[in-house]
Design a protein around this ligand. Structure first.
Ligand code: INI
Length: 155
């Protein structure tokens, strides 16, 4: 018997997606949101099937994502934020809890919650990943969201 491989395609038609976006470091986060919207629409997600929700910072993203994921209104959630290292340990607390909380939101809801939160040492590194030299992680997150929705439907 040949083995079975299950995967998800990149067809976004019919999917409903929420984007939770932090206002902290808004220039960078807005670029991530723009990339995510572009990636979703280019892969067939209808513009009116996308909801963008703004919250204060990356620390708040897990609770917002959890609510959105448990609402039953969305097939996937994308968490967008940017945590940039300063001179204090604040970075480690915010970035660590955000990552953990976003993962928990997915596990508790059974809905894919994509981690599109940049954690960088400098603003330049973040800008490079938000539409600069290193691409746009928001666009990448959109593709992951669609693939995961389709993959989960196939499991
Ligand atoms: N929030 C961010 O999204 N990015 C950061 O880099 C950041 N820093 O560096 O402090 C940040 N802090 C705010 C935090 O997310 C909360 O909004 C705040 O602590 C209130 O709960």
């Amino acid at each position: 018997m040949p083995h079975t491989t299950l995967s998800g395609d990149l067809k976004g038609e019919g999917h409903r997606v929420a984007i939770a976006a932090a206002r902290f470091n808004s220039g960078i986060v807005d670029a991530l949101v723009g990339g995510a919207l572009d990636g979703l629409v280019r892969h067939g997600v209808a513009d009116d099937a996308i909801t963008v929700v703004r919250c204060p910072g990356a620390w708040e993203l897990p609770l917002v994502c959890r609510r959105l994921a448990l609402s039953g209104k969305y097939d996937a959630v994308i968490a967008c934020g940017a945590v940039i290292r300063g001179d204090t340990p604040h970075f480690d607390y915010v970035a660590g809890e955000c990552a953990k909380g976003v993962a928990t939101a997915a596990m508790e809801s059974n809905v894919p919650v994509v981690f599109c939160v940049l954690t960088t040492d400098t603003p330049e590194q973040a800008q490079a990943r938000a539409g600069g030299k290193a691409g746009n992680k928001g666009f990448d997150a959109a593709i992951v969201a669609i693939e995961m929705v389709n993959l989960l439907e196939n499991l």
